[in-house]
Design a protein around this ligand. Sequence first.
Ligand code: C5P
Length: 281
Amino acid sequence: MRDRETAFAKINLALHVRRRRADGYHDLETLFAFAEEGDVLHATPADALSLTVGGPFAAALAGDDPADNLVLRAGEALRMAFGVTAGAALTLDKRLPVASGIGGGSADAAAALRLLVRVWRLPAGDPRITAISATLGADVPACLGSVATRGDGRGDRLVGVDAAALTGMPLLLVNPGVALSTAAVFAGWDGQDRGALAVGAPWAAARSGRNDLEPPARVLVPGIVAVLDELGAGEGVRLVRMSGSGATCFALYEDARGRDAAAARIAVARPEWWRLATRLR
Ligand code: C5P
C-alpha cells in the first residue's frame, strides 16, 4: 500500500522579530498560515528507512547527504522514541523552491512525522511527536498541525487562533528564483525591536503587522522589491508581504479572479519567476 501526505507550504502572514537570544535564535511573534498545496511525500512499506527525492526542485538537494534531510531525521527520531523496527521507502516530490521562506524542509519534516505515525500505527496524539518536531526546526511544530496559528518564542510556542476567517482565501506565491539562507537573513536583522504583533483576530493582526525580515532579505535579494510591486499591482489585493526569511512573497485576494489575473499578468511580465496559485487551507 502506498500512503501519501502533503507538506503544505507555510506562509508567515506577519513576522515580528523582537530580540536576539543567547542560543543564536531570535524571539519572534508570527502568524503562520498554510497553503492547500506543497511538496508531496509518499511511503511504501520496506524493511529499511530510505528517501528518494524527485520533482521540479529535486536538483537543489542533489548535493546534500540524504541522512541530513529532515525527512529522514524525522523518521529516525520517531523510530528511536517509539522503538519502531519497521522501515519505509519514502519518496519526496519536491514541488516548491528550496530555501525560499515557505517551509520547505520544515514542512517536509512535519509531513514525514504525520505520514510515518500513520504507517507505523503510532499513537497520533502522543506528546513525544510534538517534542520531536521542535528538535527538527523552529517552524516544524507549526507545520505539524498545518493550520493557521500564532507562534511565539522561536516560533515554536504555538497559540491557537480562530483560523476560520482565513480558510479558502485565494493566495498567490511568487519567488524570484534566488535561494536565501534563513540564518543569513536573521543575521542581517538590525536589532531594532519595532513592537509586538497584535493579539486577537488573525486577519486584523496580520494586516496591522509586518515582516521584520523583509529589509535584510531585500539587501541580499534586491529583486524582492519587484516581486512585491508586481503582486500589489492588480485588483482585489488584500495583503502583500514576504514570507518567512524570503525570498518568496505572497498576496491574498478578495476572490480567485483577482489572483488568477495577477498570476497571468506575472507569467507574461516575469516568466522566469516561480508562481503558485492556490488558497489558504
Ligand atoms: O530552526 P531552523 O533550523 O529552521 O532555523 C534555521 C536558522 O534560522 C537558525 O539556525 C537561526 O539562525 C535562524 N532562526 C532564528 N530565530 C528563529 C528561527 C530561526 O535566528 N526564531
